[in-house]
Design a protein around this ligand. Sequence first.
Ligand code: KG4
Ligand code: ZN
Length: 332
Amino acid sequence: MLILGIETSCDETSLAILRDNHILASETFSQGDIHAVFGGVVPEVASRNHLAKIVPLFSKIIDASGISPDKLDLIAVTNAPGLIGALFVGVSFAKGLAFALKKPLVPVHHLAGHILSAELSNQGLIPPYAAIVASGGHTHIYDVCSEPLCFKLWGRTIDDAAGEAFDKVAKMLGGTYPGGPFVESLALTGSPSSIKFPVALKKSENFSFSGLKTSVMNKINEGIFSYADIAASFQYTVAITMTDKILRAAKELNRKTIVVSGGVSCNKAIRAVFTEETAKEGIDVYFPAPALSTDNGAMIAYTAWRIFKDADMSNYMDLTFSAGDTRHEIDA
Ligand code: KG4
Ligand code: ZN
C-alpha cells in the first residue's frame, strides 16, 4: 500500500510517502528560523508559510519517491490537534488531492502519529506499551494496549508542556525559538547536579512545569550559577520527572516496554536518562529516530497504514476526546 502523509499542525510542513511501514521519501520544511524573531510560533505566519510550501514540497516528494500521484492508495493528513489555520492548509490540500485522484482520505490524530513514530523506527516494536509524548504542545502519558489503535490517557501536564518549558527557559537564558536544541547545547558544558530544582506533583499522574520555570528564573536572578549549569540542571530535572512518571505508569499498567516520543525526545541527554533509569527497572525503552521525533509526515502516513490495516477504528476515536492541547499559541 502506498500512503502519502501530510503534517502541518504547527510550524513544520512535512510530507512523506510510505510503502506500508517503509519510508520511500520524506521532505520537511521547518519554519523555526522564521518564528525565531517573534520568540515563538505565530499562528498566522505559520499558516501562510504552509500555504507557500505545501505544493512545492508535494512536487519534490513525488520526484524523490518516483511514485506517480495516481499510484497512491491513501492520502493521510493530521486533522487535530494543532493550530487551526495551519491544520486547515494541510487538510484542504489533502482533501483537494484525494478528490482529484479519487483516493481515500484518512484523518490522523497528531499524538497517535507521535506515539507510533517509535514503531516506524523500531520494526518489531508492538503494543502493549506505556508511551510518553513530550512536545511543544503536549506532555501526555498513554497506555497503548494490544487491541488495535487503543490509546488510554494515563496522565498529562496541567500547565506547560515539556517542550514549551524548554522554549521559555531558552528565552530566559538568551536563546531563541525553538529552545530545546539551544538548551541542550548550552547544557553540554554544565553540570546536571549543580542545582537541585523542585519536582512538582511527584505523587500525581499529572505533570506541572510552571514552578520549574519560576525556579530557573530565580536562579538566573541570583547570579550564582553559570547559564550552562542552570541549563544542565533544568534539563536533568525535566528528564528525571518524565522518567519517574512513565516508570510509575508502566508499573501500574503492568507494561514492560516504554516509548518516548515527540520533539523533546530528540534530546540526547534526556534519552540517556531514560535509558539508564529504565534499565535499572528491567524495562525496555524505545525512541523514534531523531528525524521522526519532531513533527513529520512519515508518522502520519504510518498511522494511516495502521488504521487501514486494523480496520476497527472504534478505539482510535477515543483518543480524539482524551487529548487536550496545552499549547499557548503566542509566547509574548
Ligand atoms: O513534536 P514537536 O516537533 O512539535 C509539537 O508537536 O509541538 O516538538 C517541538 C518541541 C519544541 O518545544 C522544541 O523546543 C522541542 O520540541 N525540542 C527539544 C529538542 N528539539 C526540539 N526539546 C529538548 N531538546 C531538544 N533537542
Ligand atoms: Zn508534534
